[in-house]
Design a binder for this molecule. Structure first.
Ligand code: FNR
Length: 360
C-alpha cells in the first residue's frame, strides 16, 4: 500500500505482486495460521441470528439496494481496494473491473500512489473505469496524499468516491515503511474538503475504534470502513516479506470486524462500512445486522479470481447476492437496513469484547 519507497523484493511493482501472492496464500492457510493463541475461528461465528420461525417474508419482496454517501448502490457488497501499479496487477484490476461490471457491484482501486509518482502506470488503474464505464468505481490513496494528488487520483478513474487507507501497523512492520503518522488527521481533513466526491476512510485489517470513527466524522469523512481483523493479515504478510527481524508478535493486533461494528454501532453523522474477513453471504448479513451500510470483500474475491478466473468470480458474487437475499427472506428483512432490527446472539470473544468495552 505504501508506495513512497521501494520494496525489499525490488520496486513497488514487485511489492504489489508479492501482496497478491501472499494474500491468496492466506486464503488457504487462514489469516491466523501459525499463531500460538486460539484465534483461528472467525469472530463472525460468534454472531448468530436468533431464529424466529414465523418471521419469514416472500423472497421477491426483498430489495438489496442501499443508500450510501456515494449514491444508491444496487447491493450491499463491494470489491474492496487491492491493487494496480504493475503490469500484472493492472491485468488483475482489469479482470476485477469486469467482474464488478457483470455482477453490478462497486469496486475500489488499490493505492494509486504509484501512479502519482510514475504517471506511466496510469493504465494499471485507469482500466478500472475503462472496463466498467457506468459502474461505481472508487479511488484509493494513503493518508500522506495532498489535496492535489487526491484530485488527480479521483480524476484518473472518474471515481465516484475516494478511499483513504489507514495502515500504520502494516507500515511499522515493513522495513521500508512509513514511521511518521502525525500528519494523517490534518491531511484527511484537507482532502475531504478538497475533493468533490465522498471520502471513505478505511483500515486494512486492524480495525477502526469508536474514538477513531468519531474523529473521522469531525474531519469531514463521509464513511468509515472498519476494515477489521480476521481476514487478510498485513502484519503477517509484511513479516513474511522481511529478511531480518521477527514482528510476528504483531500478527494478532487490532479488533475484529464484528467487534469494530459493535464498538461503532449507533454513531451518527458518518456511515459505517464493514470489511475484513468476510467469508460468505452469511457474514455479509451479520455485518449488516451489526449496523454496516454495506460490506467489502478483498482477499476472498481475489483468490477466486486468481484461481478460477473472472467468470467464476462473477458467479461467486451472484451466488452471494442470491444467498443474502434468501437469508434476508427467512429473517423477515425486506431491506439490508431491516437486518439491523434482527435479534442477535453474541458469544465467545465478541461477547467478551462487548463486556470489556461496556457495550450493552
Ligand atoms: C489489500 N488491501 C488494500 N487496501 C487499500 O486500501 N489499499 C491497497 O492498496 C490495498 N492493497 C491490498 C492488496 C491485496 C492483495 C489485498 C488482499 C488487500 C486491503 C483490503 O482492502 C482489505 O482492507 C483487507 O484485505 C481486509 O479485507 P479481506 O481481505 O479480509 O476481505
Amino acid at each position: 500500500m505504501n508506495d513512497t519507497t521501494s520494496g525489499t523484493a525490488g520496486g513497488t511493482g514487485n511489492r504489489k505482486d508479492d501482496h497478491v501472492r501472499h494474500a491468496v496464500d492466506q486464503q488457504h492457510r487462514g489469516p491466523d495460521a501459525g499463531r500460538s493463541s486460539d484465534h483461528s475461528a472467525s469472530d463472525f461465528d460468534s454472531v448468530n441470528f436468533v431464529h424466529h420461525a414465523l418471521a419469514g417474508i416472500d423472497r421477491d419482496s426483498v430489495e438489496l439496494a442501499v443508500k450510501t454517501p456515494a449514491g444508491m448502490w444496487q447491493a450491499p457488497l463491494y470489491i474492496n481496494g487491492m491493487t494496480g501499479g504493475s503490469a500484472g496487477t493492472g491485468k488483475i484490476n482489469g479482470e476485477l473491473a469486469v467482474a464488478a461490471r457483470e455482477a453490478r457491484i462497486p469496486i475500489a482501486s488499490g493505492s494509486m500512489s504509484a501512479y502519482l509518482r510514475d504517471p506511466s502506470l496510469a493504465g494499471t488503474f485507469r482500466v478500472l473505469r475503462d472496463e466498467n464505464p457506468d459502474g461505481v468505481v472508487i479511488a484509493n490513496l494513503n493518508a500522506n496524499a495532498t489535496a492535489d494528488q487526491a484530485r488527480r487520483a479521483v480524476g484518473l478513474i472518474e471515481a465516484n468516491a475516494l478511499q483513504i487507507h489507514l495502515n500504520a501497523l502494516q507500515e511499522i512492520v515493513m522495513p521500508e515503511g512509513d514511521r511518521d503518522f502525525a500528519a494523517w488527521p490534518a491531511n484527511i481533513e484537507t482532502i475531504a474538503a478538497a475533493v468533490e466526491v465522498p471520502v471513505i476512510v478505511k483500515e486494512v485489517g486492524f480495525g477502526l475504534s469508536l474514538d477513531t470513527v468519531r474523529r473521522l466524522r469531525e474531519l469531514g469523512v463521509a464513511a468509515a470502513d472498519v476494515g477489521g481483523r480476521g481476514g487478510t493479515n498485513f502484519a503477517r504478510i509484511e513479516n513474511e516479506r522481511r529478511s531480518r527481524g521477527d514482528y510476528a508478535f504483531l500478527q494478532s493486533w487490532g479488533q475484529s470486524t464484528p467487534c469494530c461494528l459493535l464498538d461503532t454501532a449507533g454513531v451518527e453523522g458518518i456511515d459505517i462500512f464493514a470489511s475484513g474477513g468476510v467469508r460468505s453471504a452469511l457474514d455479509v448479513a451479520r455485518a449488516l445486522a451489526l449496523g454496516a451500510t454495506t460490506v467489502g470483500v478483498a482477499g476472498r474475491f481475489l483468490s477466486v479470481l486468481m484461481e478460477q478466473g473472472t467468470a467464476a468470480l462473477v458467479e461467486e458474487i451472484g451466488d452471494w447476492l442470491e444467498a443474502l437475499r434468501r437469508v434476508m427472506t427467512v429473517l423477515g428483512a425486506a431491506t439490508p437496513g431491516d437486518l439491523a432490527g434482527c435479534d442477535l446472539l453474541l458469544t465467545g470473544q465478541v461477547a467478551a469484547f462487548c463486556q470489556a468495552r461496556g457495550i450493552d
